[in-house]
Design a protein around this ligand. Sequence first.
Ligand code: MSP
Length: 507
Amino acid sequence: MSGIIEDVATSFYVTTPIYYVNDAPHIGHAYTTITADALARWHRLLGEDVMFLTGTDEHGLKVQRVAEENNCSPLEWADRTVIRFQDEWKLLNISNDDFIRTSERRHHSSVQKLLQACYDAGDIDLQVYEGLYCVSCEAYFTEAELDGDKCRIHGRPVELVKEENYFFKLSKYETRLLEWYENNPDFVMPKTKRNEALGFIRQGLQDFSISRTSINWGVPLPWDDKHVTYVWFDALTNYITAAGFENDSEKYAVRWPGIHLIGKDILRFHCVYWPAMLMSAGLEPPKHVHVHGFLLVGGEKMSKTRLNQIGPSELVDEFGVDGVRHHFLHDQPFGPDGEFSHEGMLARYNSDLANNLGNLLSRVATVVEKKCSGIGPAPDPKSNLSKVVAEQYDLAANAWQRVAPSEALDAVWRIIKETNSALEQSEPWKAEPGPEVDLVLGDALEVLRIVSILTAPVIPDSSAIIWNRIGLSGRPEEQQLPQSARWGQYPGGLLVTKGAPLFPRLK
Ligand code: MSP
């Protein structure tokens, strides 16, 4: 023992759902992934030890059937289609630290380890089951939960399925789950979604089947290999697989429990089944589950059958990667359903990026070139803007903590708007060069420095360009918060470059 106590950074582990590999990535998937990415980037700025996980859900009947239709094995099919997600995330500048595929060996071992622990706890037994099954949801429904014979989520007829299945004794965990919710009031956020989960538990929980004999594309049960693991039991386990559950206890101790971001349709699995499965195995439930609504197109949920899916890359062609990221983070509050429209996206791009931020940058660079021979002056230590920055920083930091990126960005854009108004009032472009003009421009440059750090999680490429154009070296994402957001650190004396418009106005 050296006797030295090391400063251990806070661990922050955030996940997206793992996406069904046979669907094409659409903006609904991109929405969660971009939000998780921005959150991970924000926590890296805070100096935390971040792990950000996304991946694909590759087992189950749906994938097995599509593979058969395409005359290949399920794994070949998954290998072919996983690339669509990986390419899309690369395009969108997603900074995940790991990408998990449920067909990986590490995951198989982890699922078997979790199953065995639940089995040893006496929470899994064999029962005969007959029920109405939606293949798209990979879930059984009661008649009351359907629209006639159709699943409410997919609008497709369910199938009558009879199987001898192993069941997980979810009913046994009713009381413990209620206690957990009571003791952890912000386990599920927002409140409306917490109430929904609680309502479901209070209705009374039924055991759920965790194995299938009708398919072979999945993880065999460790004690009965005629059965493969039900795809949801398998899929949920991904979060602890990547955290080292299988064989890396040191990593697991640091990473787990983590934080999940999910859409409202998979609330029951994450907020009821998953914590119960973990409790059964003697493991901790996740720290938080943050639930968001759907992006609607023309008032409807996107789906393959309705042919209204929008791929993120179509939008990137028009708005650029940062334009797309910014739209989803600023315009679509996390929680309620949101209507996606091209007009809304265009309006947000033009007002926030072209008019406010882009204009601030080009204005300042132009005037610095004219009045200060291109050399950026230092800010006024007592500037009024320093107060604005301090107040809005606190609001932004608080909003990120609550996973409310749109509120965080409202705060950042208030700083930008105040700075533009200050410039309009003092009109440095009309004034004679001198100390007064220097201070006004120095303040604006200081705001651009701080704003490029605060927007780095959202528009990482553009914020790095701003950072470099005002003469700073390195990248904004290398800075640390909250220190680097304190007023007065733009040193002055740096070369400011005008460059091409960062966000050209779009029609
Ligand atoms: N494979 C399961 C998740 C397993 S996690 C252990 C799954 N996959 S999915 O690809 O169908 O959906 C993944 C996520 O995309 C879900 O959180 C879902 O809510 C989200 N979205 C799908 N369509 C959406 C919108 N139209 N809008 C926003 N998110 C939506 O479910």
